[in-house]
Design a protein around this ligand. Sequence first.
Ligand code: GUN
Length: 301
Amino acid sequence: MAEIIDGKKIATEIKDELKIEIEGLKRSGITPGLATILVGENPASQVYVRNKTSACQNIGIYSEQHTLSSKIKEGELLELINELNKKPNIDGILVQLPLPSGIEEKKVLSAISPDKDVDGFHYHNVGRFFCEKSYSEMKREELFLPCTPFGIMEMLLRSQVKIEGSEAVVLGRSNIVGKPIAMLLLSANATVTICHSKTSNLKGVTSRADILVAAIGIPCFVKKDMVKQGAVVIDVGINRMNEGIVGDVDFAPVNEVCRAITPVPGGVGPMTITMLLVNTTTSAKRRLKMKNEKLSTIFNF
Ligand code: GUN
C-alpha cells in the first residue's frame, strides 16, 4: 500500500505558519483582505467560493464576496474589478472560473491589477514566473504562483519527494493546472512531459513517470497499468458522482503499485485554498512594506 500524502495535514501546517504572519501584520495595522467574485450559479463554483470565504474567516483574513447574475454585462464586471483594484483594504481579487459564455475570460483576468492577482492568472504574473530560473527563486521573490500548482509543489517538497532529476508527466494542459505545474516541476529540475487528448501511446508515456500529475477532469481515468511501480501520483481531479467525489485516478488499484498518492477529497483541494491564503498574505505584506517606505520618506528616517 502506498503512502497517503495528506493534503489536509500539510495545509494545516502551512496555515499555522501563516497565522503567525497574519497576527504580525495586524499588530502593524494591516489586515489582509480578499475579494471574491462569483458570476452565475455554477454549483461547484458556489461551493469553491464559499470554502475560500470561510478559510479566510478561519485564519483572520478579511473577505468580501461579490455574487453577480450570469446575465450581467462584461462591462459591469470590469467596473467592479476596477473599483476593487482601487480599494486600499483589498490585497487580493479572485474571479472564480469558469465565467458564463459571453464574458471574455482573458479580458476579465487582465483587468485585475497584477499587484492583487492572488490567483496568478494575469499575463504579467504568468510571464514573471515563466522567466524565473528556479522554484526556490520564485519562493524567495514571493511571486503570485497559481494556487493549485503552487499547492502541489509544496505537497511534494514537504513530503520529501525528490523532484530534481525525476521524470514528471502531467496529464492535462489547462492554464490553471496543467501548463503551470509543468513549468514549476521544470523549474525544480524535473524532466517534464505534458500529455493531452491527442497524445499517442499515452500509457507508454505515463508509465515512465516518477511523478504523475492527473488534471484532466475525467473520473478514475488513470488506471493501474498506466502507473510505474514506485511512482508518486498527484490527483487534481474533483469529479462529483452519485457515489460522492472521486478524482482522476482509479485510487484503490493504483494505490497498490505507486509509492505515494494524494487522496480525493483531502489531497490537492485543501492545498489550493491554503495557497490562496498564502498569496493574499504575501500581497498584504507588500502593502505594509509600501506603507513603511512611505512613512520613512515623509519622516526621513
Ligand atoms: N476554477 C477552478 N480552479 C480555480 C482557481 O484556482 N481559481 C479560480 N479563480 N477559478 C478556478
